[in-house]
Design a protein around this ligand. Structure first.
Ligand code: SF4
Length: 306
């Protein structure tokens, strides 16, 4: 396979779970991916986001997942033959990242899988080059407020991600862009709800990530409230209505919770990110599959609904 010259390296990183699922690495996991998570390798990410190991030059890790490297040629076949529903190609902010993304996505489009790109802001020119190659874009808004974003994404103007979200939506159309928010960076529930509301109002889908420091993450009750708020925003409920229900009338949540769909990983269709923010054996923050009754009962308990 002749690789385009822009593809500087013949290697790509795969999340460990994806590599195991494609039998490119030994081992297995209880929770399996329904999307293939790939990453363009780079040295130190210029983003310097405080919550990310890539900012410290350790490109083997993203969130709490390890990302071993493989030759692209060894993964195209297994990806094509797999039942994975999507490819999510991630890329750190490194020199030439836009060219690498276009070349790599073009190559990966041979698999026939819908492709999502999760990367720093892309120029209009690059978005045009990706037409017909990619399906969706994921954008790291991350911090729910401008102040929080400025404090954790120090090398970026806090507005640059909202501007990019607007450009990506006008280029791809509504509900083909996913706004990533990290829960637990110091925001409170109203701030998170209003941040997510701004994204939904702009035509984006919302995907929540639980901030996990070495010790633990945000309070589980707060995280469940954040998931419910995000879900209800997509259902067209107003932020004030949602907050009043979550804070003053939680009894109204019993019917809304139902099968617990909102506690599953949200984002691009087919994205489930197993163990992205929780260790095996820990209670999932984002469930990578339908919940079991015992798991739903635990959530109702955490929300004081039983
Ligand atoms: S929602 Fe999932 S598939 Fe989509 S960009 Fe984000 S991580 Fe990737």
């Amino acid at each position: 396979m002749d690789l385009p010259k822009e593809v500087e390296t013949t290697n790509l990183r795969l999340s460990a779970g994806t590599a195991m699922y494609l039998n490119l690495m030994n081992g297995g996991a209880l929770e399996v991916p329904t999307t293939a998570y790939l990453m363009i390798p780079g040295d130190v990410c210029r983003g310097r986001c405080t919550f990310c190991p890539q900012a410290r030059g350790d490109s083997r890790w993203l969130s709490r997942v390890s990302w071993p490297e493989f030759d692209i040629e060894d993964m195209i076949g297994p990806l094509t033959e797999s039942d994975l529903q999507r490819i999510c190609l991630q890329c750190p902010d490194v020199p030439g990242y836009e060219e690498s993304i276009v070349a790599t996505a073009t190559l990966l489009s041979e698999t026939g899988k819908p492709i999502s790109i999760s990367a720093p802001p892309l120029s209009e020119e690059t978005l045009v080059k990706l037409d017909g190659i990619i399906d969706r874009i994921g954008i790291g808004i991350d911090g729910a407020t401008d102040d929080i974003r400025a404090s954790v994404k120090r090398n970026y103007d806090p507005q640059v991600f909202w501007d990019y979200l607007g450009r990506a939506i006008s280029h791809l159309g509504p509900n083909r862009v996913t706004a990533h928010f990290i829960v637990g960076l110091g925001e409170n529930l109203p701030q998170l709800t209003l941040g997510a509301y701004r994204a939904v109002n702009a035509g984006a889908d919302v995907s929540l990530f639980s901030y996990m420091s070495k010790e633990n993450g945000p309070d589980i009750r707060y995280y469940r409230q954040a998931q419910i708020a995000s879900h209800l925003l997509k259902k067209g409920r107003s932020p004030s209505d949602i907050l009043e229900m979550l804070l003053d009338h939680p009894e109204e949540l019993v019917d809304i919770i139902a099968e617990g769909e909102m506690f599953r990983t949200q984002g691009c269709p087919g994205c489930n990110r197993p163990y992205y923010t929780t260790r095996p054996g820990q209670e999932h923050r984002n469930y990578p599959r339908a919940l079991k009754k015992v798991e739903l009962d635990k959530i109702k308990e955490d929300l004081s609904l039983v």
